[in-house]
Design a protein around this ligand. Structure first.
Ligand code: FAD
Length: 456
């Protein structure tokens, strides 16, 4: 009889695992059933802000693979609108609620793939039944927000609560749709994924596009009119809002796993080994936004919910379930985003993280340009490097600039991944031609200045 694999969660991690397992084992050997509580599989949540803004025209452009493709080409039985409500490890069964038919099923498994992602953090005040408040995590969430924005009369004012990268991308999307947008952030700057000096550049650029930013302000409640949101309440007074978007970060969806007795790590996400097996739970695998990863620089277990990790981890799990051998080597915190015209990138540790990890370091900010200074379209670029003192090992890097800035982080990520020192980096053979870089690329200038700082 075929072994039975059940996948919970039909997006990046879950379907990557399912497809990889199927590539190695046919249906007679492995039956695969995937439960997804939403209406979509393998969609790009990362693309939601660009569909909300209108840059991406059709919702279905964000769907990489429809359930039919999984059924017909991969022989994977995808069941949409099916929510797993419990895992019974003793009986090797999951309890599933068919949300369309309104009935409950129990389904047995030999192998379980837990890939349920994360959920937006919900403050107390957002739990009331007031309409017009949206977290954005799944394509269903995006579709609900888009329907609210497309309604007649259309909302005119928006408040984004929280200035993480999702909040910042959503603020951009909403201003591009013509709404009056206020971003409310409790900290001193939005964009807390980079250091404050770099985040200040992001805040300036956002203000220049018309987004109002209120920092050091906490939202404590909502006011409503006929059950619909009318304003957010803050200590500074109410801010009108026909729509509220939550950008307060996410929490790993560990509830089902915890209830089944699976272990959580220090980050609060599920503990897995390097082959993506849930630690101490035979036959159960997990990947994506619900698990923690090893940070290769700090050595800490971290929860960094990104699509890039979810896809790689799901692939690793699937290869192993399929009988192959693969490991996930950890993360270094590389991330890029775009805020209006500004590109923002980071890799490795921020100053605070380097301090918390116990490193002695120097951190150096360098201003340069994206192209040769005389070449049309050359734009300013700020690069910040953090290097261990006295070894000079690169610990972290951040870039804020306009065109051609963000993806320069990849060179720095490769250097950091390979443990290079800033001294080594000064002679890296990076490409140069006036339309692409100054003769000393911003990355090389930053490395040189950091070497100087280490010698001081
Ligand atoms: C607006 C936005 C922008 C982003 N931009 C980027 C970016 O630019 N770069 C990047 O690397 N990452 C980005 N991300 C993060 C990225 O989308 C996630 O890291 C990735 O989707 C995680 O994949 P996952 O499969 O672990 O979880 P998810 O994509 O969240 O999928 C989990 C699935 O499980 C389903 N599910 C949950 N519980 C159950 C249950 N009990 N039963 C059945 N199904 C269940 C959910 O409906 C969901 O479809 C962005 C995310 C958002 C929201």
């Amino acid at each position: 009889m075929a072994e039975r694999m059940i996948v919970i969660g039909g997006d990046a991690a879950g379907m990557a695992a399912a497809s990889q397992a199927r590539r190695r084992r046919d249906r007679d050997d492995l039956e695969i059933v995937a439960f997804e509580r939403g209406r979509f599989t393998s969609y790009s949540a990362c693309g939601i802000p660009y569909w909300i803004s209108g840059l991406v025209e059709e919702r279905d452009q964000l769907v990489a693979r429809e359930p039919e493709v999984f059924r017909d080409e991969f022989d994977i039985d995808v069941r949409l609108r099916h929510e797993v409500t419990a895992i019974d490890l003793d009986r090797r069964e999951v309890v599933v609620r068919d949300l369309t038919a309104g009935r409950e099923l129990r389904e047995g498994f030999d192998t379980l793939m837990y890939a349920v992602g994360a959920s937006p953090r919900l403050p107390e005040w957002a739990r009331d039944e007031v309409q017009g408040v949206f977290g954005v995590q799944t394509l269903d969430d995006g579709a609900a927000l888009r329907a609210w924005l497309d309604a007649d009369p259309a909302p005119r004012s928006a408040v984004v609560v929280g200035g993480g990268y999702i909040g910042v991308e959503m603020a951009e999307a909403l201003i591009q749709r013509g709404l009056a947008v206020t971003l409310v952030e409790q900290a001193a700057q939005p964009m807390s994924t980079v250091d404050e000096d770099m985040a200040a550049l992001v805040a300036d650029a956002m203000r220049a596009t018309g987004i109002e930013i209120r920092t050091g302000v906490e939202v404590t409640g909502l006011t409503e009119r006929d059950g619909r949101v009318a304003a957010v309440v803050t200590a500074d007074g109410p801010i009108p809002a026909d729509v509220v978007v939550l950008g307060l970060g996410v929490r790993p969806n560990t509830g089902l796993a915890e209830a089944a007795g699976m272990p959580l790590g220090p980050s609060g996400a599920l503990r897995v080994d390097r082959r993506m097996r849930v630690v101490g739970v035979p036959g159960v695998w997990a990947a994506g936004d619900c698990v923690e990863s090893l940070h290769r620089v700090s050595g800490a277990a971290v929860h960094i919910p990104l699509g890039t990790h979810a896809n790689k981890q799901g692939r690793v799990a699937g290869i192993n379930i399929g009988g192959g051998y693969a490991t996930f080597p950890g993360v270094i915190g590389t991330a890029v985003t775009k805020v209006c015209e500004l590109e923002v990138a980071r890799t490795g540790l921020r100053e605070r993280e380097a301090r918390e990890a116990g490193f002695e370091f120097v951190s150096v900010l360098t201003e340069s340009t994206s192209r040769a200074g005389y070449f049309p379209g050359a734009r300013p670029m700020t690069v910040k490097l953090i290097a261990e003192r006295p070894t000079g090992r690169l610990l972290g890097a951040q870039i804020v600039g306009r065109s051609e800035a963000a993806k320069r982080i990849d060179a720095l990520a490769v250097a950091l991944w390979n443990g290079m020192t800033v001294e080594d980096m000064t002679s890296l053979d990076l490409g140069y031609a006036p339309p692409y870089a100054p003769v000393w690329d911003p990355v090389l200038i930053a490395a040189r200045k950091t070497v100087d700082a280490l010698l001081r």
